[in-house]
Ligand binder design. Structure first.
Ligand SMILES: [Zn+2]
Length: 153
């Protein structure tokens, strides 16, 4: 596999669960039973509607990558979960409406396209082949929220 999908950091997740505030913004986080699929940004699995408790908080996925923050609301499971560390694409994300966004230095957007369920691995390779692209963000195509980052392996 020539890419890896990187979830939200465990350090951030631990901090939110312990303090119930966004570690980056100091805004209060909120807990509720899931009313949507999420997904959880740490294990990259869908939330079970009406069952899973999730924390909602504000996250800047560009920390350390760009001087321009891009805050996004994100969900994680309220209880500790296993960060995604698998090879390839998280299976539970494949049928969600997602966008791929290839970014160059200082979060300059180089390419945005809807993820294709049939050939997303070719798409990832193509975007990484574009000049300047350092990483690809996965975004929800409907809510617009940040989901995870794809890095070269
Ligand atoms: Zn989770």
């Amino acid at each position: 596999m020539n890419y890896k999908v990187v979830p939200l950091s465990s350090e951030i997740a631990r901090s939110v669960r312990a303090e119930m505030i966004s570690p980056q913004y100091r805004h209060p986080a909120s807990v509720a039973v899931a009313t949507g699929y999420g997904p959880c940004r740490q294990c990259l699995r869908k939330l079970i509607v009406g069952e899973d408790e999730r924390i909602l908080f504000t996250y800047n996925a560009f920390a350390g990558l760009s001087n321009l923050p891009n805050p996004s609301p994100v969900f994680i499971h309220k209880s500790e979960c296993r960060p995604f560390d698998g090879n390839g694409f998280p299976p539970e994300l494949i049928d969600l409406p997602l966008l791929f966004e290839g970014f160059a230095a200082e979060s300059e957007l180089v390419k945005r396209e809807p993820m294709s369920r049939e050939n997303f691995e070719d798409q990832i390779a193509e975007i990484f082949g574009l000049s300047g692209v350092n990483y690809i963000n996965i975004r929800n195509a409907e809510a617009g929220c940040f989901v995870a980052r794809i890095e070269r392996n």
